[in-house]
Design a protein around this ligand. Structure first.
Ligand code: KG4
Ligand code: ZN
Length: 343
């Protein structure tokens, strides 16, 4: 039995988890920092890094205690090494390195996106490679063909804002609060889709995403004073759903047939997006699966699980692994696992 400690600190959640290779999550702990960032309407990197430094070790202590696990029982330490806000990434990675050194364990430097990409396999043992992954979070909007551990083809990315960023910015414009995704979803439930908003890149002959124009249209609709924030939120959410559907359908046309569709990342907890994906999968005779919402937003269980998968594949790292603020998830980038910032 392999047990791995995972540490996550790439954005505004400090998290630790202990996961076993039979998919048992022995314990997971998470401290969010919403209260600290709320006054600024977004995540402040310096505040985030300081909070991670405060919480990283307590999160690890908490999971060890909850699971009643001793360092001796752990096989490896997996820590997010990027991409993300570099101060926070460095805090988590250096914590992982220090523990690996003190306990004489192997270090696994995990790409945060790989954590999201493999999370459907932690949630559901029947998810097998390959699968088409819609990865939608605060920092990323990508479509990936997940061929195997460490083997990803990036089919599409955003040419401007990420989907989550568009939710967060729209929430801020509409005065709905922070974090924006859940706030927009709640407001949308109370509103009507009656505002005419654009669908950037709809029908385009390349699979990429674009959300900046949609956000600007939200600003204009709001400033016109003609619409209720709830109606703009509902219309915005429908526009995002339409864009995502169109881009996935275009990708399905240009890639080899694939029978599983999965979604991951914080935006994947959105009910309207999940409903659209469920419907799309039925129409394309695909299987659709999504991790539960808590595994979609940032957490350390997905990092520990990526560690389990990498450990099993013999993909471990050394203590000189550098933190990487930018680190695309595709096979070429995986090959370049050396570059980065020393942590
Ligand atoms: O994966 P995640 O926790 O952090 C990143 O790696 O970015 O994703 C956070 C993003 C934020 O932009 C947040 O507003 C969005 O996910 N999000 C949602 C929902 N819950 C979180 N977006 C839309 N609907 C939601 N229910
Ligand atoms: Zn994330």
């Amino acid at each position: 039995m392999t047990i791995i400690l995972g540490i996550e600190s790439s954005c505004d959640e400090t998290a630790a988890a202990l996961v076993q290779d039979d998919r048992t999550i022995l314990a997971h702990a998470l401290t969010g920092q919403e209260e600290r960032h709320r006054p600024f309407g977004g995540v402040v990197p310096e505040i985030a890094a300081r909070a991670h430094a405060e919480y990283a070790v307590p999160m690890v202590e908490q999971v060890l205690q909850e699971a009643n696990i001793k360092p001796d029982d752990i096989d490896a330490v997996a820590a997010t090494a990027g991409p993300g806000l570099i101060g926070g990434v460095m805090v988590g990675l250096v914590t992982g390195k220090a523990l690996a050194m003190a306990w004489n364990k192997t270090l696994i430097a995990v790409n945060h996106l790989e954590g999201h990409a493999l999370s459907p396999r932690l949630a559901d043992e029947s998810v097998e490679f390959p699968y088409l992954l819609l990865l939608v979070s605060g920092g990323h909007s990508q479509l990936l063909r997940v061929n195997g551990v460490g083997d990803y083809d990036r089919l599409a990315t955003t040419i401007d804002d990420a989907a989550g960023e568009a939710f967060d910015k729209s929430a801020k414009i509409l005065g709905l609060g922070f974090p924006g995704g859940p706030a927009v979803e709640q407001a949308a439930k109370l509103g009507h889709d009656n505002v005419d908003l654009p669908r950037p890149l709809l029908g385009a002959k390349e699979p990429h995403f674009s959300f900046a124009g949609l956000k600007s249209a939200v600003v204009r609709a709001h400033e016109s004073g003609k619409y209720k924030p709830e109606d703009i939120a509902a219309s915005f959410q429908t526009a995002v759903v339409d864009c995502l559907r169109d881009r996935i359908e275009y990708s399905l046309k240009i890639i080899d047939p694939i029978d599983t569709l999965v979604v991951a990342g914080g935006v994947a907890s959105n009910g309207a997006i999940r409903a659209m994906l469920t419907d799309l999968a039925i129409r394309y005779d695909m299987r659709f699966t999504a991790p539960p919402p808590w595994l979609c937003t940032d957490n350390a269980a997905m990092i520990a699980w990526a560690g389990i998968e990498r450990f099993a594949a013999g993909l471990t790292d050394t203590l000189d692994f550098k933190a990487r603020p930018r680190w695309p998830l595709d096979s070429e980038a995986q090959a370049a696992r050396g570059a980065g910032v020393k942590a």
